[in-house]
Design a protein around this ligand. Sequence first.
Ligand SMILES: Nc1nc2c(ncn2[C@@H]2O[C@H](COP(=O)(O)OP(=O)(O)O)[C@@H](O)[C@H]2O)c(=O)[nH]1
Ligand SMILES: [Mg+2]
Length: 255
Amino acid sequence: MDKIFLYFVGTAGSGKTTLTYAFQQWMNSQGYDAITVNLDPGVEKLNYAPDVDVREMISLYNVMDEYNLGPNGAQIVCADLLALKINEIKEIVDGFDTDYVLIDTPGQIELFAFREASKHIIEAFGINNSAMAFLFDPFLSKTPSGFISQAMLSATTQFRFQVPFINVLSKSDLLDEKEKDKIMNWVRQPEELLNDAVNENPSMEKQLSVELFRVLEDLGVYKVLTPVSSETMTGIEDIYNLVQQVFMGGEDLEK
Ligand SMILES: Nc1nc2c(ncn2[C@@H]2O[C@H](COP(=O)(O)OP(=O)(O)O)[C@@H](O)[C@H]2O)c(=O)[nH]1
Ligand SMILES: [Mg+2]
């Protein structure tokens, strides 16, 4: 079987890097093979050693020097350079005999989600074997308006890439049961979310409508939200099961 490429996407600090590694550890604990790829040229310290590291090909500091840019401008150049180097990266990935390729994307979501370069990257790896896990930040998801913003970002990302998409409530160990229940209830009942949003800020009444929520629901933003924690390793198996459902009809990998 071809390799499956699973991308972890979300706002800065949502837990992508930690989950990429936790997912690999979980796979290994089950006897499955997975490699990790760091696509973030700007990350300074990683608390694990990725199997493939784009920093060996592109250095943020060299780009800052060479193009006379600050860190923000250089990040954008790096994101585009990445696409130019993708064949080189793909060759390295191809050299691994593995089932899953777990891809950690750049810290700031706009560098990945909003640039053309990332489409080229996904196409180069193989769009038909790709899926994306979108991480909802737990702190930003606590308020109705914050949750709606995360859901919109998820929908935008989903719309741009058109690959199977898994919405994840990241770092769920940091939410208490009540907070988690409230968020999961918003997922099941968009009317509740609308209601709570208008209670939070009555002036939203004019801007928001049930129709908007229905559209998000249709896009899949509301169908499933999987609570995950890299700290307690909960929910990781659920992501694996969803991915296996998409690509292998729910069959497990061979150990
Ligand atoms: N409690 C808890 N902390 C987490 C979890 N995942 C990540 N973190 C912490 O959240 C911060 C940001 O995580 P990171 O993976 O670097 O986020 P990224 O910017 O999306 O790659 C770090 O301090 C992590 O230790 C989790 O599941 N539970
Ligand atoms: Mg990161």
